[in-house]
Design a protein around this ligand. Structure first.
Ligand code: HEC
Length: 290
C-alpha cells in the first residue's frame, strides 16, 4: 500500500470517528437544550395563566360579584378566565395546551382525562412534588407535558368547593350541587396541565447537529488536503527523486544530476547523506576502474 494511501486511510478513519463522537455529544447537548427551551415556554404559559387568575380574583371579581347572590358570573372565577383566555391564545398556537384538570371538577369540561388523572394521583401521593414532566405522543405529534399541582391552601376556596350548602346559591343554580365539592384544606384536587409541541425543538436540535457535522467534515477535508500537499512536497516527491537517482546509480549510471533538498528536516539530511554516499561510491568505482 502506498504511503499516501496509508496516510489518507488514517485521516479518513479519524474524520469518521471524529464526526461520530461529535454527533453523539452534540445530540445529547442539543436534546437537553431543546427540552430546556420547551420548559421555558411552559413556564411562560403558566406565568400568564397565573397572572390572569390573579387579575380575575383581585380586579374582576370585586367589580362583578353579585352581593344579592342572584346572578353568578363564571367570569369572576379565576379558573374560568384563565382557561377562556387560553382558548383564545390557542387559536393562534393550536399545538399548545392548558387545562385546569380536576378529579372532581365543578365544570365537567375540566374533568381530568385518564393520563391527566394519573399525573394528579402521583401529585396527590407525593405532596413534595412541585411538578411532573412527561413526554406524550398525541395525534399532533410528540409533546412535552408538565403538571403543576393545585393544592388547596387558601380557606376561601372552600366557600365554593367544600359543601354545596355553603356555596353561593346562584352558583349552584348554574353548576348544580353534584360536582366540585368536598375539597379539603391541604388536598391536591387537580393540576394545571400544560403542554408544548416538541416538533420545533426536535427540528432545531437536528439542524444544529447537521451544521456541526458539516463544520467538522469541512475542517477534516481542509486537514486532508493540506496533509496531502505537505506529504507530496516534503516527503513523497524528494523520496521519489532519490529513489529514481539511486535506481540509475545502482545500474552504474552516474550521469544523473545530484538531488539537493534545501532545509533542515530529515529528508534534507537524507538527501545530503545520499549525495555523499553516491560521491563515495562514484570514487570507489573510479578507483576500481583504474
Ligand atoms: C365564588 C366561588 C368560587 C371560589 C371562591 C373558588 N372557586 Fe374554583 N371554581 C368555581 C367555579 C364556579 C368553577 C368552574 C368554572 C368554570 O366554569 O370553568 C371553579 C373551577 C375551579 C377549578 C377548575 C376545576 C373545576 O372545578 O372545574 C379549580 C382548579 C378551582 N376552581 C380551584 C379553586 C381554588 C384553588 C380556589 C381558591 C383559591 C377556588 N377555586 C375558589 C367557583 C369558585
Amino acid at each position: 500500500m502506498r504511503l499516501r494511501t496509508k496516510f489518507n486511510l488514517v485521516l479518513i478513519l479519524a474524520c469518521v470517528s471524529g464526526i461520530i463522537a461529535a454527533t453523539g455529544l452534540t445530540y445529547q447537548a442539543a436534546k437537553s437544550n431543546a427540552l430546556q427551551e420547551i420548559e421555558n415556554e411552559i413556564a411562560i404559559i403558566r406565568a400568564n395563566a397565573l397572572a390572569v387568575r390573579k387579575y380575575t380574583s383581585t380586579g374582576v371579581k370585586p367589580l362583578l360579584s353579585d352581593g344579592n347572590d342572584i346572578l353568578f358570573l363564571p367570569h369572576t372565577v379565576p379558573s374560568f378566565s384563565a382557561q377562556t383566555v387560553f382558548s383564545y391564545f390557542s387559536s393562534s398556537f393550536p399545538d399548545y395546551y392548558y387545562k385546569e384538570a380536576a378529579l372532581n371538577p365543578t365544570n365537567p369540561d375540566d374533568l381530568a382525562e385518564d393520563w391527566e388523572a394519573d399525573l394528579i394521583n402521583q401529585l396527590r401521593a407525593d405532596q413534595s412534588l412541585d411538578r411532573i414532566s412527561i413526554i406524550r405522543e398525541t395525534d399532533a405529534g410528540r409533546v412535552f407535558a408538565v403538571a403543576f399541582p393545585f393544592t388547596i391552601t387558601d380557606p376561601s376556596c372552600l366557600d365554593c368547593h367544600s359543601d354545596p350548602s355553603i356555596a353561593p346559591a346562584a352558583m349552584i343554580d348554574l353548576y348544580g350541587s353534584e360536582n366540585g365539592f368536598g375539597w379539603e384544606m391541604g388536598e391536591t384536587i387537580g393540576a394545571q396541565i400544560i403542554y408544548a409541541p416538541m416538533a420545533l425543538a426536535d427540528k432545531r436540535a437536528a439542524d444544529l447537529i447537521v451544521v456541526i457535522m458539516l463544520a467538522i467534515f469541512v475542517a477534516f477535508m481542509v486537514v486532508i488536503v493540506l496533509v496531502n500537499l505537505m506529504l507530496s512536497h516534503i516527503v513523497l516527491k524528494p523520496v521519489a527523486m532519490m529513489s529514481e537517482i539511486s535506481e540509475q546509480v545502482s545500474m552504474g549510471d552516474f550521469s544523473a544530476p545530484e538531488y539537493i533538498k534545501k532545509g533542515s528536516d530529515e529528508i534534507s539530511s537524507l538527501s545530503t547523506s545520499f549525495n555523499r554516499m553516491r560521491r563515495s561510491l562514484d570514487s570507489a568505482m573510479k578507483l576500481l576502474d583504474d
